[in-house]
Design a protein around this ligand. Sequence first.
Ligand SMILES: [Zn+2]
Length: 116
Amino acid sequence: MRIGKSGLAMPRMKHQQLLKGLIRLHILHHAAKAPFYGQWMIRELARHGYVLSPGTLYPMLHGLESSGYLRSKIERSSRTFRRLYRATALGREANKLAKVQVRELLGELTARSARR
Ligand SMILES: [Zn+2]
């Protein structure tokens, strides 16, 4: 357990460091389809079994943004401001490549014959 930004103890997702690559690809996949808010992404990732705190997700989003894969802007919704993320051209290109590579990996992971 560690203490999150909210001051509450949050369960740390097991193997988070290893799975971060897959989580980034998942984020990029959605960003290439439609803009999203951080809170939406936290719920979406949880749906797929990735339990992330804002303190873990937001640095990943900032990292993807500083690498040029995402861009963001602040949007006003009623009385609050939220940051909306979307994929850049580089992000869409990387997403296409990731799809090819994930398909390749999936083929091997799910192959019936146990080739090494
Ligand atoms: Zn998804």
